[in-house]
Design a protein around this ligand. Sequence first.
Ligand code: XMP
Length: 516
Amino acid sequence: MDGQHELILIVDYGSQYTQLIARRIRESRVFCRIVPPQELTSALLREIRPKGLVLSGGPASVYQQGAPLPPVDIFEAGVPVLGICYGMQAMAHRLGGTVSRAAKREYGKAPVRVREADGLFKDVKTDSVSWMSHGDSVVTPPAGFVVSAKTTNTVSAAIADPKRRLYGLQFHPEVAHTEEGGKILKNFLFGICGCAGEWTMTSFIDETIEAIRRRVGQAHVVLGLSGGVDSSVAAALLHRAIAKQLTCIFVDNGLLRQGERSQVEETFGRHFQMDLRVVDAAERFLARLAGVTDPEEKRKRIGEQFIREFEAEAKRIPRVKFLAQGTLYPDVIESVSAWGGPSATIKTHHNVGGLPKEMRLSLVEPLRDLFKDEVREVGRLLGIPEEVLHRHPFPGPGLAVRILGEVTEERLRMVREADARVEEEIRRAGLYRKLWQAFAVLLPVKTVGVMGDERTYEHVIAVRAVTSLDAMTADWAKLPPEALERIANRIINEVKGVNRVVYDISSKPPATIEWE
Ligand code: XMP
């Protein structure tokens, strides 16, 4: 794909904002990729000829031993460069400027005053607020550079060498707190790099359909459909490309949310008319889970059983050569990121990873260049219903990890019914899209209650609702008391076997989003 599109290359020095830089650039309709520092060479620049280069921020200090520094000859390659925070310091250091530890760490909002209102700062307000987060600063810019913006504490809030098209910002233009950040990035992309901004999801769909057809030829493709956004969009895209050469396998493991199976059948079987095979495996999963209470053991057994079921079904399809997966760009970056970035520590949950080995299938991953919001846009353009595109994430092991203790049919019923009420009330309160997830957990304890004149001794449901941007960190949602009250009342009155509801007010970290 790189050969066809104008491309901005982002070098990830480990900033928590690297993906945000990429998303901002994509929002400007310019395609970009993130690479780890060790991949940045002048040979790479000659080969892929990006329109521009962004050096991200990062936790290192340029004088620290082993600090990742860009090779000096990349600045001679004629490619415009924007260094952000550490990226600016690394560029300045490489080109002969001086960087040193500031007397005072600058963190948070800072007023910036522009001194050179052209190039990066074209049409940018002279005084605005920007987001800073740094200890080191550029004290003396390299020869050829001017200081183009200042803050009270930082002499070089921005530096520029317009002749060589090299620019540096001490603050972060990619974060929303930087008032003029969007304009500054656009100036870099369009004014300085000369991008045209032609990356749209419509063009992505057309090109990807062509690419899938070329790759697959007459062969058959199998896809594990989970009902989640990623596999749904991948299925719709492949279906548009190769229609009946695609078979989707949906494994009903009996651990699904209420209505999930029928929604998949409705959307993909009836609406899209796909070759959809639904495997009725609930009994076999439950049998495998009998007596198991250890969370990891549950996950392991569910994962193994899934592979077995999937494989058995896939073997029935003649001429299968490809396995399609809804891998997204953040998963790809996570597996390549090398230098201490946040990405390095992220745990990923692969449900279909390592699938049928002896079938020797090649992977087709049509979404591997996209971020989640782009995937939703593709899904929308392909006609997938909004409910599917915006359904909250759901773990592969399903309700099994929301039942503490043994998974039985009766306990599944309780948690499923409670969960459906949580979802309904969250939707009714207009909060569904504002939350990352909201769900019910069945606890392995019973408590005493009173209903009418009767003493009861029944189960407890914990309600969990969180806000999050990426599931790496999450905050418990400050739900309105009226919504909590309705949720509790409905669960206690409508779900047989439950007499108490509690609300989980732990954030992640140190708790996780799921309870197991
Ligand atoms: P935790 O509980 O680790 O969850 O804070 C982070 C996000 O990942 C989801 N999750 C899973 N997703 N397979 C998945 O596909 C899994 O085994 C799994 N475990 C947790 C969880 O729902 C949350 O969105």
